[in-house]
Write a protein of this length. Structure first.
Length: 124
């Protein structure tokens, strides 16, 4: 399981879902679709219509990967922090039943409000 308390791991930037889709494709259910995707230099997070899949790429070659599946059905609450004038980064915090708080930080250019609406549609 990824250590979600270390927020520096997740300074995410938007990316093309087709770029990282093949890496999570084998884990996805029949009919499950990628809604949004974000990445760091090596790690990435995929928001599907059923869950969040966080991938921690490990090792020198990057072949070893830790996949954490976070189903929307276990989200109890969430919080978003929008960008400011000088601080362009945004944040998403989710509280999961049985897991606790999961925090993602996004670089400028991420539409955190759209992401919040998407989560609301799947959770509420």
């Amino acid at each position: 399981m990824i250590d979600f308390t270390n927020a520096s791991v997740f300074k995410l930037s938007p990316c093309d879902p087709q770029e990282i889709g093949p890496a999570v494709g084998p884990l996805m259910l029949h009919g499950e679709q990628i809604v949004s995707s974000y990445k760091t230099v090596r790690d990435f997070v995929v928001f599907t219509d059923k869950r969040i899949i966080a991938v921690n790429v490990q090792g020198i070659t990057g072949k070893k990967r830790d996949f954490s599946s976070l189903p929307y059905g276990k989200v109890q609450a969430w919080s978003v922090e929008t960008a400011g004038t000088f601080d362009l980064d945004t944040e998403l915090e989710l509280w999961f039943s049985g897991l606790g708080k999961v925090r993602f930080e996004f670089r400028g250019g991420s539409d955190i409000i759209r992401l919040s609406h998407m989560i609301a549609n799947y959770v509420l």
